[in-house]
Each structure stands twice: as structure tokens, then as C-alpha cells.
Design a protein around this ligand. Structure first.
Ligand code: NDP
Length: 327
């Protein structure tokens, strides 16, 4: 049994706990938190919850540490730090900063003879794999990624910071007509505004200026100003009833041409419809934790991504069973 520990017990931390329970070859041995452990209640009986200050003592008792901190400020610090003590895996999703994160984690892991895997999840993660397969197979073509309909935590947080907002949830929605145009193989050029819309549900504080809130949302630079945004004010009761979930998903599509005169059009589409973004993301993390351990056993160290992993390493099935049932 591979011994798994979790660092950071938020949405992803809770998801890893569920995913490890479904993995026949893994067991959860510890949960580490930066908070007072007495305030963190986990679901699995008999597993200790410990403060991060105790982690060093666990160096030889954990096979893979799954780091579940936030991408903005936690992971750039936590993953390099703990890659010098443990084999680690994270879900770092700030795409533009992946090369920088990779370099820092690679240096730490190589120095400690450990393996580290970063940016594992669905995007980056499963979507990245599908982009690489599709681009390699159809070099003459065009890529499209659509997200949603799903909850964007970052955008929801940004709305919650506006004066007069009590609670808020933001859904990113793909524009159906744009999706259809892409699927037709016509390779349209699409602007940001043409691909996605944003839908916001707001619970306003009593007496708040709703016109101000709506305008502040729609004109917010980087987050909303490049999109068509609809703002709906709802009651707290309706919010709690209909908008407490963390569903997400999306589509990675590549259309390409083959033939001497590029006379044939092909469409490759990978889509995800996720009832729970964190539970799916952590299911991916756990499969790649298995792969990381196998790569380490084969002598590999340093930082890796999903692009470096042979698919068979993800599975609990033997190579013979995979050839018999999955080829
Ligand atoms: P959360 O905000 O739920 O948790 C982040 C951390 O916050 C936790 O690890 C926890 O650490 C800390 N925390 C502090 N106070 C609390 C509290 N009261 N309750 C819960 N946690 C608390 O983030 P998520 O788990 O939803 O997401 C983590 C990151 O995963 C995101 O930033 C996102 O970038 C990335 N992600 C990547 C995906 C991909 O496809 N690659 C998909 C989805 C998410 P501690 O216990 O130490 O206090």
C-alpha cells in the first residue's frame, strides 16, 4: 500500500481523502494543515491531523505528499519547500507561471533525490494531454478550449470583494453558437467575448446600491470587462439552495486538415462535465500519484508533468490486463 499524506485541507484536500478511499493500492496516513489541527475535522477515522511544523518527522513515513494549497500564493512556496523532503504532487493552475514553478520544484526535488509532479488536474492536466495528442496528430489545424458551464472560484471571490456584496457565485458559460461553429470544422477566429459569457448571482447586503454593484462587476478589468456579463440579484435562501455546488467542465477541440490538398477535415473533441470540480481534480491527482511512485521506482527524480507519464503507470491494472481490455 502506498502511504499518502495530504497538505492543506480545503476543497481539494477533502477530495483527495475521498479519492484515496477508492484506490485499492493506497492508504491515507496523515493530514497536515497550517491551521490549528484541532479546528480541522476530517472524515477518515484513525488518521492524524497535524500542524505543518510536525512534517519533517514524517519524511520517511509518507510515499507521496499531495499538496492541496491554492495556486495564487500557496503552491509557489509549498511545493518547492516540501519537494526537498517528500515525493510531491500539486495542481498548480496558473498557466503562465508553470515554467517558473517547474524550475523551482525541479531544483528542489533533484537536490533531494525525490520525484515531484506539478499542474495535475483537468486544466492543466487532462486538457493539456488532449491538446498535445491532437496537435501531434493534426499538425495542420487549430485548437480551441471552452470552459463551463462552471463555477470560477477566482471570479466569485472578486465579486465578493465589491462593497455591498454579501455572497456571490460566478459561472463561466461557453457560447453555444461558437461551439457549433468550431465543431463544424470551419476554423473560425473567435474573440474572448465570442467564446464565453459570464453569469453572476449576487446576494446584496441590505440597503446596498445594486446599480453600483452591477456596474462594478461588469467593468472590472481583467475579470469581466472583456465579456458579456449578466448579473442576477437573488435572496440568500435561493443562493444556498441553488448555488452551493462546485460543478465545472469544458471542451478541448482541435480541427485539422489532411490530404494532399487539405481536402479532409477532422474534429477531435474531449469534453468534461463535472458535478464536483475538486472531487474530479483530486481523482486525477491520485492516479498521477500512483504514476509518480512508479517513475521514482524506475530511478526518475526531479519535476514532471502529465506530459511525461506513460498512461499504463496510472492504472491499477497489470500491463497484460490493460492490453486485453483497454487496447
Ligand atoms: P481552497 O481555498 O478550498 O483551499 C486552499 C487552502 O486553504 C487549503 O489547503 C487550506 O490549507 C486553506 N484554508 C485556510 N482556511 C481554510 C478553511 N477555513 N477551510 C478550508 N481551507 C482553508 O482551495 P481548493 O482546494 O478549492 O483549490 C486549491 C487550488 O487548486 C486552487 O487554487 C486551484 O488553482 C487549483 N485547482 C486546479 C485544478 C486543475 O485542473 N489543475 C482544478 C481545480 C483547482 P490549510 O489546511 O493548510 O489551512
Amino acid at each position: 500500500m502506498a502511504k499518502i499524506a495530504i497538505l492543506g485541507y480545503g476543497n481539494l484536500g477533502r477530495g483527495v481523502e475521498c479519492a484515496v478511499k477508492q484506490a485499492p493500492d493506497m492508504e491515507l496516513v496523515a493530514v497536515f494543515t497550517r491551521r490549528d489541527p484541532l479546528t480541522v475535522k476530517i472524515q477518515t477515522a484513525g488518521v492524524p491531523v497535524l500542524n505543518v511544523s510536525e512534517m519533517e518527522a514524517w519524511k520517511d513515513k509518507v510515499d507521496v505528499l499531495i499538496i492541496c494549497g491554492g495556486s495564487a500564493t500557496d503552491l509557489p512556496v509549498l511545493t518547492p519547500k516540501y519537494a526537498s523532503m517528500f515525493n510531491v504532487i500539486d495542481s498548480f493552475d496558473t498557466h503562465a507561471k508553470i515554467p517558473q514553478h517547474f524550475a523551482a520544484v525541479d531544483a528542489a526535488a533533484k537536490g533531494a533525490n525525490k520525484i515531484a509532479m506539478i499542474s495535475v488536474g483537468w486544466d492543466p492536466g487532462m486538457f493539456s494531454l488532449n491538446r498535445v495528442y491532437a496537435q501531434s496528430i493534426l499538425p495542420e489545424g487549430k485548437d480551441y478550449t471552452f470552459w463551463g458551464k462552471g463555477v470560477s472560484q477566482g471570479h466569485s471571490d472578486a465579486v465578493r470583494r465589491i462593497k455591498g456584496v454579501k455572497n456571490a457565485k460566478q459561472y463561466t458559460c461557453p457560447v453555444e453558437s461558437a461551439l457549433e461553429a468550431v465543431r463544424s470544422g470551419s476554423m473560425p477566429e473567435l474573440t474572448t467575448r465570442q467564446k464565453h459569457t459570464r453569469l453572476v448571482y449576487v446576494v446584496a447586503e441590505e440597503g446596498a446600491d445594486k446599480a453600483y454593484i452591477e456596474n462594478a462587476i461588469k467593468t472590472m478589468p481583467n475579470y469581466f470587462d472583456e465579456y458579456d456579463t449578466t448579473v442576477n440579484f437573488i435572496s440568500e435562501e435561493e443562493f444556498n439552495k441553488n448555488h452551493s455546488g462546485l460543478a465545472h467542465g469544458g471542451f478541448v477541440i482541435r480541427t485539422g486538415k489532411t490530404g494532399m490538398n487539405k481536402e479532409h477535415t477532422h474534429v477531435i473533441e474531449y469534453s468534461l462535465k463535472l458535478d464536483s470540480n475538486p472531487e474530479f481534480t483530486t481523482s486525477v491527482l491520485v492516479a498521477y500519484a500512483r504514476a509518480a511512485l512508479r517513475m521514482k521506482a524506475n530511478g526518475q527524480t526531479g519535476c514532471k508533468t502529465v506530459l511525461d507519464v506513460p498512461p499504463a503507470y496510472l492504472s491499477t491494472l497489470s500491463d497484460e490486463d490493460l492490453r486485453a481490455h483497454c487496447l
